[in-house]
Every structure is written in structure tokens, then in C-alpha cells.
Ligand binder design. Structure first.
Ligand code: ADP
Ligand code: MG
Length: 217
């Protein structure tokens, strides 16, 4: 990934906790990508967000940093829920969040996806988890079984929202988000911006800030 050396785009300009900035530097994250520079200030201020930027532009950190800063490690209830279209994407997102979370001890990230047996997932939920990452179908299964409680989640992320809509997850998303508190922050990330993203936003978001980074190719 290419970044222009713009002082305004340094992570240090965000006044993040020192330990987090150091962890970002240890990951060789010095300059924010364009979508991070556009999305992080409003997201850190607690606003809902519709963020659009192409694949590979660093969208994961743009939602992960704001939600990590709100996690209380002493509370082992689910505090953030990230919905992704596929198991592969859920795994990638969970791994990136685990790296970003290293500045703090004991933040547990659990992935809940189909195509994996449900028993071990129930086992890890019983031990408590701060951050849930998964696909809508399996998350719905856990809610139905009451093995997952999302009633105290303070951040909901719809990652690759365009793909989730293409895959027909609209109803599942409605059922899931309905079980989260209305006083949550809802962050919607997408590579493209089809009309149904607006419909999704209207249902789940309050006065969302729109940030979009065009590709220059
Ligand atoms: P997207 O979700 O937009 O497709 P990702 O969040 O998966 O993009 O990020 C793509 C790659 O860029 C990942 O390997 C990630 O670790 C890396 N990356 C993200 N932000 C930065 C940054 N600020 N500096 C350097 N590398 C970054
Ligand atoms: Mg992504």
C-alpha cells in the first residue's frame, strides 16, 4: 500500500493512548491510509459511519481502533459485534483485531462462523468474550440457542455490507441488530455503494457521517 508522507495523516495526530500508538508503530502502521484518515476522527467521536473504500485500503483498522478503545477488559460480556459475509473475511478481521488489541491485556476475540462445529464456539462463549466476529447465519443460530448475548454491545460493525446484501443476509442482519441496544454506534463499511446500502443505513443508523475514498487508477 502506498501512502503520501502527509503529516496530517500520522496516527500520532489522533491523540490515541500511548500504548496503542506504540503498538501501531510496532505493526509498521505510521501513516493512516486515506479511509482511516477520513473515518477515524468521526468514528472516535462516537458517530455512526458509512465508509466506502476499495478492498485493501485498510478499512479493518478504521473500525477496530474506535471499538477497541471502548472495550472494558474487566467485563467479559460481548461489547462489540462485527458482522462479515464469509468465514475467511471473519478470520482475517479477527486476526487483525487481535494484533491491534495487543496494546492491552486480555481482550478476547471470538469468531462465530458456519462450516465449523458449534460446540467449541459455545465453549469459548461460556468463558466470556469481549469482541464477536462472525457471519450472520451462525450468529443467528447462537442467538436462537441463547448461547450468545448481544444485549450490551456498544458497537456494531457491518463489514463488506455490499457483499452481505448480495448474499441475501438482509433479514438476518435485521434480526441480529434488533437484539442490540438502540444506543449503540453502528459502523457500516463497504467497497461499493449500491442503493440498498442507503436502505440498510436508514434502518440501523442515526445521522451517519458519510466518508468515501475514490480510487485513483
Ligand atoms: P480492507 O478491509 O479495506 O480490504 P484491510 O483492513 O484488510 O483492508 O487492510 C489491508 C492491508 O493493509 C492489511 O494487510 C493491513 O494490515 C494493512 N494496513 C492497514 N492499515 C495500514 C496502515 N495504516 N499502514 C500500513 N499497513 C496498513
Ligand atoms: Mg475488509
Amino acid at each position: 500500500m502506498k501512502h503520501s508522507p502527509n503529516a496530517a495523516q500520522l496516527f500520532t495526530s489522533l491523540n490515541l493512548p500511548e500504548a496503542l500508538t506504540q503498538n501501531l508503530a510496532s505493526m509498521a502502521y505510521h501513516n493512516m491510509t486515506d479511509i482511516q484518515a477520513a473515518a477515524l476522527p468521526p468514528a472516535l467521536a462516537g458517530q455512526d459511519l458509512i465508509a466506502q473504500a476499495k478492498t485493501g485500503s485498510g478499512k479493518t483498522a478504521a473500525f477496530a481502533i474506535p471499538l477497541l478503545l471502548k472495550i472494558n477488559p474487566r467485563d467479559f460480556g460481548a461489547q462489540a459485534l462485527i458482522l462479515c459475509p464469509t468465514r475467511e473475511l471473519s478470520t482475517q478481521v479477527a486476526n487483525e483485531i487481535r494484533k491491534l488489541a495487543r496494546y492491552q491485556q486480555n481482550i478476547k476475540v471470538v469468531t462465530l462462523c458456519g462450516g465449523q462445529s458449534i460446540g467449541p464456539q459455545i465453549g469459548s462463549l461460556e468463558h466470556g468474550a469481549h469482541i464477536i466476529v462472525g457471519t450472520p447465519g451462525r450468529i443467528k443460530d447462537h442467538l436462537r440457542k441463547k448461547t450468545l448475548d448481544i444485549s450490551r454491545v456498544n458497537t456494531v460493525v457491518l463489514d463488506e455490507a455490499d457483499r452481505m446484501l448480495d448474499m441475501g443476509f438482509m433479514e438476518d442482519l435485521q434480526g441480529i441488530v434488533a437484539q442490540t441496544p438502540s444506543q449503540r454506534q453502528t459502523l457500516l463499511f463497504s467497497a461499493t455503494y449500491p442503493d440498498d446500502i442507503e436502505a440498510l443505513s436508514r434502518q440501523f443508523q442515526q445521522q451517519p457521517q458519510r466518508v468515501s475514498v475514490e480510487s485513483h487508477h
